[in-house]
Design a protein around this ligand. Structure first.
Ligand SMILES: [Zn+2]
Length: 426
């Protein structure tokens, strides 16, 4: 992997710093505060941001004056620069796209009908169980490169298509192998409780015991994941089983998160007792749960790519959550069944057009609040001295163009932990 040296980004038209005067994730009105610096410069040394300010001030800096010749300079030509996106919800460990499901859904089958017919999540299981770790790592590496091309510098990556001890460990090891080759940052999550695998059909209790008593201890022993996730919904893992899995995670000092409210409503109180880092999807949420959720640092993560790809007319009610003071994030939910996209700008565009989030809110949700959702806000999600040098340069002159030009990739350069990788000739 290339090493980070020093780097000066100058002549930035709009620098979105996302710096914050207050502690904690962004909520309410503060979600719109991008901390914009016009005509800006950012100096990075050794993979960290060391100074942020106007181009004029940066060029007057005594250290920079002395070392100017040694510091490679990128002239941003008046473009927009922002913190690299933090994609806090992806499922990159799979072998094949699900094209039969895609066609069946187009001709009218529902998500659950496809699962009943043997498609859905279960159809990805064989692919992962039969694949080598190397083949999986190759697929993940390709996804990571594509994420970076779209401006993402930190990504959460879940297992969850192995669903037995061996294949879940293999999936997490593949994530680790791919992460080592990528200059960005990968956070691994164990999702053994994605669904009950076919061989445990009708015996979900036994499978949940296996997750708690064998898989979680094995994941912890090998230090393969920082989080345990559960797909808590109708037809998958029940709220009681989710609480049991969260309890097991806590015994092994692993943090937790959950998929909640994609297909049906689950009351959040019992889940919040386990301090999840995030609750993701949140299409169906009971109003009575919002005040308690707003009191926590648990992030509600929207993944509108799934609503789009499943052809749903209903999207999460972002305005209701934001106005209740809930801290919200955006993620791609990259996966072969319901959201085959690696583009955070696409997720942001959907948030704007379908969920009525403003472009500024969408950007904060895709950067600093994504960092909070991964408990990395001390290092990621904003452009401030001391943070990791994770930046994205977009071929636009106004940040609102990022969600505006939907379906096109305007990211021309991504810097990950100080390592630049340019994607498009400009
Ligand atoms: Zn998911």
């Amino acid at each position: 992997m290339p090493k980070a040296s020093s780097l000066l980004l100058a002549n930035i038209g709009q620098l979105l710093t996302l710096r914050s005067a207050s502690d904690g994730p962004r909520r309410g009105a503060s979600l719109s505060d991008l901390g914009i610096v016009p005509d800006a410069a950012v100096l990075c040394v050794g993979g960290k941001i060391v100074s942020v300010g106007s181009t004029k001030d940066a060029l007057r800096d005594p250290w920079l004056k002395k070392n100017r010749k040694k510091v490679p300079e990128i002239d941003c030509g008046g473009r927009v620069v922002l913190p690299g996106f933090v994609d806090s919800h992806t499922h990159p460990v799979f072998m094949q796209p699900r094209l039969v499901d895609f066609e069946q859904r187009i001709s009218g089958a529902s998500y659950e009908e496809i699962a009943e017919a043997g498609g859905g999540i279960r159809s990805s299981i064989d692919g992962v169980r039969n694949a080598s770790k190397t083949a999986l790592a190759k697929k993940i590496s390709r996804a990571l490169a594509d994420l970076a091309r779209h401006g993402t510098t930190t990504v959460e990556a879940k297992s969850g298509y192995g669903l037995n001890l061996e294949s879940e460990l293999k999936s997490l090891e593949a994530i680790r192998a791919a992460a080592r080759e990528w200059p960005g940052t990968v956070v691994a999550t164990f999702l053994g409780a994605h669904t009950v695998p076919p061989e445990y059909r009708g015996r979900s209790r036994e499978y949940v015991d296996l997750v708690c008593e064998e898989m979680i201890p094995a994941v912890e022993k090998r230090k393969l994941a920082g989080f345990v996730d559960v797909f808590c919904d109708r037809g998958a893992i029940s709220a009681e089983e989710t609480a049991q899995i969260f309890g097991a995670a806590a015994r092994y000092k692993l943090a937790v998160r959950a998929h909640v409210g994609q297909l049906s409503e689950t009351r959040l109180g019992p889940l919040l007792e386990h301090h999840p880092a995030s609750l993701d999807h949140m299409d169906y949420v009971n109003d009575a749960d919002l005040p308690a959720l707003a009191q926590t640092e648990t992030i509600a993560t929207f993944v509108p790519g799934a609503n789009y790809f499943l052809g749903l007319s209903r999207y999460p009610d972002a305005r209701r959550l934001i106005e209740s003071g809930v801290a919200v994030a955006l993620a791609t939910d990259y996966n072969p069944g319901s959201s085959p996209t690696l583009s955070m700008p696409m997720a942001m565009s959907l948030a704007c057009t379908q969920m009525k989030m403003s472009p500024a809110e969408a950007i904060a949700a895709a950067t600093i609040n994504g960092a909070w959702a991964l408990r990395l806000a001390d290092r990621k999600g904003s452009v401030e001295a001391g943070k990791d040098a994770d930046l994205a340069v977009f071929e636009v002159s106004d940040y609102r163009e990022i969600p505006y030009w939907f379906g096109a990739n305007r990211c021309v350069l991504t810097i990950m932990n100080g390592v630049p990788s340019s994607h498009l000739a400009s």
